[in-house]
Design a protein around this ligand. Structure first.
Ligand code: 5GP
Length: 114
């Protein structure tokens, strides 16, 4: 069970955001601190699930809908190809405990290290 989070407040409208996509179950909006030319957060509207393992067990159809929304947004805002990242747990970088996917698309710079 997710505690109240900033994404729950976005779902309820308490925190305004630019909605990029909305379905019965899913909402998508730009990440406030983008790490790629296209960086979108895709969430289920339900606040029931803290991370993707809980969502996959409890509502796999919502997870599938998140993937479909990500694909549609990548087609609208990039060339249709995208990365979809779920951080699971604080030590894996998760800071908001309302399950969410980072959808990243657009050109990336070449690595400067290899
Ligand atoms: P996490 O580290 O939990 O996987 O990702 C949380 C993401 O939410 C971060 O990339 C952060 O920039 C984004 N974020 C945090 N607060 C807000 C907010 O109020 N609005 C939006 N649009 N994104 C947020």
């Amino acid at each position: 069970m997710a505690a109240e989070t900033v994404f729950g407040k976005i779902v309820s409208g308490e925190i305004p955001t630019r909605i990029l996509a909305e379905t019965d179950r899913v909402l998508a909006f730009p990440d406030i601190s983008p790490q790629a030319p296209v960086h979108i957060i895709v969430i289920p509207k339900t606040t029931e699930y803290a991370d993707v393992t809980e969502l996959a067990a409890g509502s796999p159809e919502t997870l599938a809908e998140m993937v479909a929304v990500a694909k549609r947004l990548a087609e609208e805002h990039a060339n249709g190809e995208f990365r979809m990242i779920f951080n699971n747990g604080a030590s894996a970088g998760q800071t908001v405990f309302h399950v969410h996917a980072h959808v990243l698309a657009g050109e990336f710079e070449e690595s400067r290290l290899v």
